[in-house]
Design a protein around this ligand. Structure first.
Ligand code: PLP
Length: 455
């Protein structure tokens, strides 16, 4: 265990005990220690670590997974011992106020002045809420999402009974603005959903160009920045994608997941609205919520009821230690960009591998240099398997991503179409430790590629 956790966890637990003791003694239930605890913990740990991937390790570059920062763990565990519920200020006054502060910080980061917003249990729920408000604001209209948008948008559109019109992406995986304009001209679209950092390719939709055309046709703009939102801090470093991030200030609503790039444990998404008046859509008169405070309570502006106050506490503590600035959280994100760019450069010079496209953020997709779709697909599968099955110290964990023959051809990778789509390799470099590890990861992947290609 790190020094942080081993020194601070007991101190924090003791402080919470002391606070509890100040209310007067009582006999806790059950009275004595659990029998069989030793064996149970042993069995549990064997279950937990015996069938798990090493998300913490720089050689894990598969899905969007990493442990939270220790400061977030400290914040979460200490608040969890009290277990406040941020459905209302009265369910946890302290954590409710922390939530309002972190929401104000997020709003400042994206450039919203006035705003309404709150944390959610996930990006999916946050997006659902924004799409629901969009439907309230533009009844009877459809949403427009890119073909590479997160799969939950079409699912949530179905939940809301709203049509989802799918806009094709360009050769960089970004929403095609030309195709969007064609669809906007039909007058059917009430909300355009732009993604800043697609889950698959990490591509950034050109929000700076999307907003003006959406406005011209009276559509709202919702931004799904669940993955990429915190890169707003480093907008100046993002080359072509920088304009999209500085345009966040002009969006109607934005979703950002602190549990993706905000160093938090799962259970922490966020939704922000530029116009606080959307609060009128949340009518609610639950007889169960208690009104000892005059302030608009969080349950009045959220689709969800119970939410972990511990999530707000963890994010609050984290952002006090690492503010949403270049010198704060930015110090964690900047190495991720460098890692992805370094890996991309290594691929350009590689005999066996080639990038599918250049990275906008910290996700890189790549494939073997082959003649046919089936050969690429087979290599991908073999490389993935070989690297994951090696001895622990030699493992590399990657992900795969399906790409159609036409999408590869648009990227000037022309392959014999003996199958319609092929799996290619995908690496998410979302840990700062990746910057020191990419060269080693590249040489292992390249070696495995050479092995597959000659076998
Ligand atoms: C992860 C992700 C989501 C879904 O968020 P959850 O927190 O997993 O529910 C939505 N959109 C994008 C772009 C994502 O990367």
């Amino acid at each position: 265990m790190s020094d942080d956790l081993s020194s601070w966890l007991p101190r924090i637990a003791a402080a919470i005990d002391e606070w509890q003791d100040s209310y007067g003694p009582f006999e806790p239930f059950p009275r004595s220690g659990l029998v069989g605890m030793e064996g149970l913990v042993e069995e549990y740990l064997a279950r937990l670590t015996g069938d798990m991937y090493p998300f913490f390790h720089p050689h894990y570059a598969g899905q969007m997974l990493k442990p939270p920062h220790h400061i977030a763990v400290l914040g979460y565990v200490s608040a969890m011992l009290i277990n406040p519920n941020n459905h209302a200020l009265d369910g946890g006054p302290a954590t409710g106020r922390m939530e309002k502060e972190v929401i104000a910080d997020l709003a400042r980061m994206v450039g919203f002045g006035e705003h309404l917003g709150h944390l959610t249990s996930s990006g999916t729920i946050a997006n659902l809420e924004a799409l629901w408000v969009g439907r309230r604001e533009r009844p009877g209209t459809a949403i427009a999402v890119s073909a590479d948008a997160h799969y939950t948008h079409t699912r949530m559109a179905e939940v809301l009974g709203v049509d989802a019109l799918v806009i094709p992406t360009d050769a960089h995986g970004r929403m095609s603005v030309t195709a969007l304009e064609v669809v906007l001209r039909t007058g059917r679209v009430g909300t355009v959903v732009a993604t800043l950092g697609t889950t698959g390719l990490g591509a950034v939709d050109p929000l700076d160009r999307i907003i003006p055309v959406a406005r011209e046709h009276g559509a709202r703009v919702h931004v799904d920045a669940a993955y990429g939102g915190f890169f707003r801090i480093l907008a100046d470093d993002l080359a072509e994608a920088s304009g999209a991030f500085t345009s966040l200030a002009d969006a109607d609503s934005i979703v950002i997941d602190p549990h993706k790039h905000g160093l938090q444990p799962y259970g922490c998404g966020a939704v922000l609205f530029a116009d606080p008046n959307v609060g009128r859509h949340y009518s609610h008169d639950s007889p169960y919520t208690y009104f000892t405070s005059d302030e608009l309570h969080l349950g009045e502006i959220s689709l969800e009821c119970s939410r972990a106050g511990a999530s707000a506490a963890a994010f609050w503590l984290t952002t006090r230690a690492f503010p949403l600035t270049r010198d704060g959280l930015g110090t964690f994100l900047s190495p991720c960009l460098t890692a992805a760019r370094t890996f991309h450069e290594l691929l350009l010079a590689d005999e066996n591998l080639q990038p599918a496209q250049s990275p906008d953020l910290d996700i890189v997709c790549y494939l073997t240099r082959r003649e046919s779709m089936s050969a690429v697909d087979r290599d991908t599968s073999r490389i993935f398997e070989q690297l994951i099955k090696a001895r622990r110290q030699e493992q590399v964990h990657l992900a795969t991503y399906g790409m159609a023959v036409g999408a590869l051809a648009e990227r000037d990778i022309v392959l014999a179409p003996d199958q319609e789509s092929a799996r290619i390799l995908r690496s998410v470099f979302m840990k700062p430790e990746h910057v020191a590890a990419v060269t080693g990861i590249h040489s292992r992947v390249s070696r495995a590629a050479g092995h597959s290609m000659s076998g």
